[in-house]
Design a protein around this ligand. Structure first.
Ligand SMILES: [Zn+2]
Ligand SMILES: [Zn+2]
Length: 338
């Protein structure tokens, strides 16, 4: 998470626009981490089903038909492993196939407004409030007038200018919690981050699936590692070194993957507790109302994210009034939706 690959995404997108064929292959090469993930899952499946369940448990049961405990163990191992693997893959498919949440067209400014805003575009040093108050006033007025003409409401504004947040690339006023993803090249609703491992934006549309993917991934890693150790001991004790070494290699990958996923979960649990996104964790959103935040309290934050029923499944469980454009805001002594 800490390593930013944004420059690589931007370079790839621009390179692909200029040189479509080599650009296509460069773009595909960014999916290598995902292919590696699939290979580790396939290898883990072989280890679990063949090296642990077949060569250890099934063989032991075959030699000792009275050992019903071993048969029960075999059934439980296979059942839990396949259940967790199925849930993990289901979440992965949902994260990847859900379209990234984009901004509706009413937030895009018309040509005339865009041209006026372009004329007011100044570099960073020039945007000082003190030096250019008229410029700021003009910009603020154009944006507010456009928002009013479309009936658009916003709680978030730019901290340094107090203007509505405008994207010069997409030429739109950013809805609350929306940010421009440089990897995708467009603005994304409730933008969290662009995930390098699956090369996909994690946003309003797929954040719940992403969070469940982490949980099932961690559960799968913990279950697999803790049960495979039995197979490892068995093979080394019975002199089956080749199978034992295969398990050691698999366990190393699973352990590294498990530690990584648990670390990412820890971070996202802390974000969800306070209703923050990865992006907002880096730059705190600035709201029009004093002392306001999106934090509705831990229980409400989790409810908002996971929904009421079927929260455990990677299916949409959104509340009716949740559209990714307007969010409940906690202002001291009152709660409003802008
Ligand atoms: Zn944008
Ligand atoms: Zn993105």
């Amino acid at each position: 998470m800490a390593v930013s690959l944004t420059w690589l995404y931007v370079f790839t997108r621009e390179f692909r626009q200029k040189y479509p064929i080599p650009g296509f292959f460069l773009y595909q090469s960014l999916k290598l981490p995902f292919i590696f993930l699939i290979l580790v899952i396939a290898y883990s499946y072989y280890l679990y089903v063949y090296v642990l369940c077949y060569t250890v448990l099934w063989t032991t049961w075959n030699r000792n038909w009275g050992a019903f405990l071993i048969l029960a163990q075999l059934i439980i191992y296979l059942f839990v492993f396949h259940l967790l693997l199925f849930m993990f893959l289901w979440c992965l498919v949902q994260v990847m196939r859900t379209p990234t949440a984009r901004v509706p067209k009413e937030y895009y400014v018309d040509e005339e407004t865009g041209r006026k805003l372009d004329e007011l575009k100044l570099n960073k040093e020039q945007t000082s409030k003190v030096e250019f108050p008229e410029w700021l006033e003009k910009r603020r007025a154009i944006l507010e007038a456009f928002a009013a003409s479309r009936g658009l409401n916003f709680a978030e504004i730019e901290e340094d200018t107090n203007c509505l947040r405008y994207c010069y690339v997409c030429r739109l006023i950013k809805p609350d919690r929306c940010h421009h993803c440089r990897a995708c090249g467009y603005c994304v609703l409730r933008y969290d981050h662009h995930c390098p491992y699956i090369y996909k934006c994690i946003s309003y549309s797929n954040y719940k699936f992403f969070l469940l993917l982490l949980f099932y991934g961690a559960a799968l890693a913990i279950w697999t590692i803790s049960t495979e150790i039995q197979g490892l001991l068995y093979h080394f004790m019975h002199g089956a070194l080749y199978l034992g070494i295969q398990l050691v290699v698999g366990l190393i990958f699973q352990l590294l993957g498990g530690i990584f996923v648990i670390d990412v979960i820890r971070f996202h649990v802390s974000l969800t507790n306070t209703n923050d996104t990865t992006c907002e964790n880096d730059k705190v959103p600035y709201l029009r109302f004093e002392g306001a935040s999106y934090d509705m309290g831990t229980a409400q934050n989790w409810k908002y994210l996971l929904g009421r029923r079927l929260w455990i499944l990677p299916v949409s469980t959104r509340y009716k009034d949740d559209n990714g454009l307007h969010f409940k805001i906690n202002i001291p002594n009152q709660v409003v939706t802008v």
